[in-house]
Design a binder for this molecule. Structure first.
Ligand code: DX5
Ligand code: ZN
Length: 216
C-alpha cells in the first residue's frame, strides 16, 4: 500500500499556518493533519472549522481533520463546508452513533474515518472498518503533541489490519502520536499506511529528508 505522510500542524507556529502548509507541500507531505481540539473531549483548545476554511486556499493537499470534540455529529457539516477532505471522529466521543457519523461525513462527499484512543480496544473499531475510508489508531493519549509512542499500539494496528483483510476491505490505516524515524518501520510493518507526525517533522533541520525517511 502507498505510504502517506500527514504532518500535524499542531506542532507548528499557529501564526503561520498558511506558509506552513505551503512548505509541507513543497517538502513532499501527502496530507495536512489538522488537530481540532474543543477543550472538552481533550483539555486543550486548538482551532476549528474557520481556521480550516482559511487554510483551504493555501494548499492542494488533502486536509485530514482529526476531530477531538465531544459532539462530532454537530460539527461534521461545518468541517465539510470548510473544505476538509477527510474527517475523523472519535469512537469514544459518540459510541452509539459511529456508523451514522461516518455515513453523515460521506453524505458531504468527504472521506470518512473513525479513531480509537490507546485505552480503547481494537475490536471497537471493527464495525467502522466495514464502511470507513480510513481508520485511525491513536498511539498516544490525545490532546498533546510530543509524547512517547505507546508500543502496545503495534498489536492493535495488526489486529485492525488483519480484520480489514479478512472482510476484504483494503482501507487506509492511520497512526497518530509519537511516530519517529526510528519507530516508523514497525508501525508500517504492523499494517499502517498513513503516518501522522508532528514534532518529528517540525523539529527536523531538514523537513524534506525527514518526510522521505518517514516512508519507512
Ligand atoms: C495528539 C494529536 C497528534 C499530535 C501528534 O492529540 O492528535 O496529531 O499532534 O504529534 P506528535 O507527532 O508530536 O506526537
Ligand atoms: Zn491527530
Amino acid at each position: 500500500m502507498k505510504i502517506k505522510i500527514a504532518p500535524s500542524i499542531l506542532a507548528s507556529d499557529f501564526a503561520k499556518f498558511g506558509e506552513t502548509v505551503q512548505l509541507l507541500e513543497k517538502n513532499g507531505a501527502d496530507y495536512i493533519h489538522c488537530d481540532v481540539m474543543d477543550g472538552n473531549f481533550v483539555p486543550p483548545i486548538t482551532f476549528g472549522a474557520q481556521a480550516v476554511k482559511a487554510l483551504r486556499p493555501h494548499t492542494k493537499l488533502p486536509l485530514d481533520c482529526h476531530l477531538m470534540v465531544t459532539k462530532p455529529a454537530v460539527r461534521i457539516q461545518e468541517f465539510a463546508e470548510a473544505g476538509a477532505d477527510i474527517i475523523t471522529v472519535h469512537v469514544e466521543a459518540d459510541r452509539e452513533n459511529v456508523l451514522e457519523n461516518l455515513e453523515k461525513i460521506k453524505s458531504y462527499g468527504v472521506k470518512a474515518s473513525a479513531v480509537i484512543n490507546p485505552a480503547t480496544r481494537a475490536e471497537e473499531l471493527f464495525p467502522a472498518c466495514e464502511i470507513a475510508d480510513m481508520v485511525l489508531i491513536m498511539s498516544v493519549v490525545p490532546g498533546w503533541g510530543g509524547q512517547k509512542f505507546i508500543p502496545e499500539t503495534l498489536q492493535k494496528i495488526q489486529a485492525v489490519r488483519n480484520f480489514c483483510t479478512k472482510i476484504g476491505r483494503d482501507i487506509d490505516i492511520e497512526v497518530d502520536g509519537g511516530v519517529t524515524e526510528e519507530n516508523v518501520k514497525d508501525v508500517i510493518s504492523a499494517g499502517a499506511n498513513v503516518i501522522v507526525a508532528g514534532s518529528t517533522v517540525f523539529r527536523s533541520p531538514n523537513m524534506a529528508e525527514t518526510i522521505r525517511r518517514l516512508r519507512g
